[in-house]
Write a protein that binds this ligand. Structure first.
Ligand SMILES: NC(=O)c1ccc[n+]([C@@H]2O[C@H](COP(=O)([O-])OP(=O)(O)OC[C@H]3O[C@@H](n4cnc5c(N)ncnc54)[C@H](O)[C@@H]3O)[C@@H](O)[C@H]2O)c1
Length: 334
């Protein structure tokens, strides 16, 4: 890499190295414009200015439980995010692939960044309306800290919310936005936080009860449903994001889906339907459907880095604060 390329390359960190964090690292390995320099999990972190070796990070995490064991670039720590930020190593932007358990965990990580004096781009794929609302309320603090924060930038919320914002342009009035997702994963342990957070949306469960469940209790619940979770009327941030973007009131946005935790095949095609009235008075529905061959990981991590690139451009123009996936176009990462 020559000096000019090195200056243009965006140095990225991934916080959380579970299902999505590892997928993010794999995705970045094939990119030229971004390089993975930092990764953190619950027990440690790794940093390499010239770029981390994705295979080694994944192998170390899977065999020893933390990237902190990676020689010679890893450090074990029970306060990995705080310690990583404190090393003052240059990182332009972070993807927060962390569990949002409890429901204010990711906002509390954003606060750590604000207090540290670090300046750059943060991207999350957070799902709950109330969590995005906590972050939106931090707008002025983020602005003052020189941070450009992109929230709700995964698949849903994220790619599908952005598709709804685009589809809405045909209409004079939007009547409803309906998001239906199908997720197929081979085993629930690959995406523990995602599955636990989904259980938190089921009748009779909350974020707290889902968080407190042991692995055996999660298994027992999944045994009863043959591994399938059916989710309806979820508290999903697509609603507040489309409302804040001025597109449609949150009461007109619904999100639900089916997650099969025992089969990588999607149980149904993920789609968003946007119904409205055109200026000529015609009622119509646009439908945007994701290809069944694309995985949840591809549909979350691709947009997350697309929004990180867009956030970087805003940051370089001195535009700080917080933006959602419904307000900004992601930039394709080469
Ligand atoms: N918007 C979307 O479309 C979308 C889709 C799927 C998942 N998600 C979200 O992505 C997030 C990650 O999900 P996952 O299934 O990959 O999680 P996971 O459970 O597989 O991995 C979580 C990782 O975070 C690390 N971690 C936990 N606490 C930590 C701490 N205090 N400090 C540092 N690291 C810590 C763990 O060690 C682990 O590496 C979840 O919040 C999920 O809801 C969003």
């Amino acid at each position: 890499m020559n000096t000019e390329q090195a200056n243009k390359t965006i140095r990225v960190g991934v916080l959380g190295f579970g299902g999505l964090g590892q997928a993010a690292a794999k995705l970045l390995a094939a990119k030229r414009e971004m390089i993975l320099v930092a990764a953190a999990d619950q027990k440690g972190y790794a940093y390499a200015a010239e770029g981390l070796n994705t295979q080694e990070c994944i192998a170390t995490y899977q065999s020893q439980g933390s990237v902190g064991y990676l020689e010679p670039v890893g450090t074990l720590s029970n306060n990995s995010i705080q310690d990583l930020i404190a090393t003052s190593q240059p990182v332009d932007g972070y993807f927060l692939a962390l569990p949002n358990l409890p429901n204010d965990f990711i906002p509390s990580v954003a606060k750590q960044f604000i207090e540290s004096g670090w300046r750059g781009v943060l991207v999350d794929a957070i799902k709950r309306t109330s969590a995005v609302e906590q972050l939106l309320a931090m707008k002025e603090e983020l602005q003052a800290a020189g941070i450009t924060y992109m929230t709700g930038c995964g698949a849903t919320p994220g790619l599908l919310t952005a598709a709804a914002a685009l589809a809405a342009q045909s209409y004079a009035e939007i009547h409803k936005v309906e998001i239906t997702f199908g997720v197929g994963i081979a085993n629930w342990e690959a995406y523990r936080a995602t599955v636990r957070e989904d259980i938190g949306h089921m009748p009779g469960y909350t974020v707290e009860t889902a968080r407190a469940m042991t692995d055996a209790e999660v298994e027992a619940l999944l045994d009863k449903t043959n591994g399938v979770l059916t989710l309806e009327n979820m508290e999903h941030a697509d609603d507040v994001m489309l409302e804040v973007a001025g597109i449609v009131g949150r009461d007109r946005v619904t999100v639900g889906g089916v997650v099969d935790t025992r089969n990588p095949k999607k149980p149904l095609s993920t789609n968003v339907k946007v119904t409205g009235r055109t200026f000529e008075g015609k009622i119509s529905t646009h439908t945007f459907t994701l290809g069944d061959e694309t995985s949840m990981a591809a549909n979350v991590c691709g947009p997350a880095f697309g929004y990180l690139k867009a956030g970087r451009q805003l940051h370089q123009r001195g535009i700080h604060g917080i933006f959602t996936a419904a307000e900004i176009m992601p930039q394709f990462v080469k």
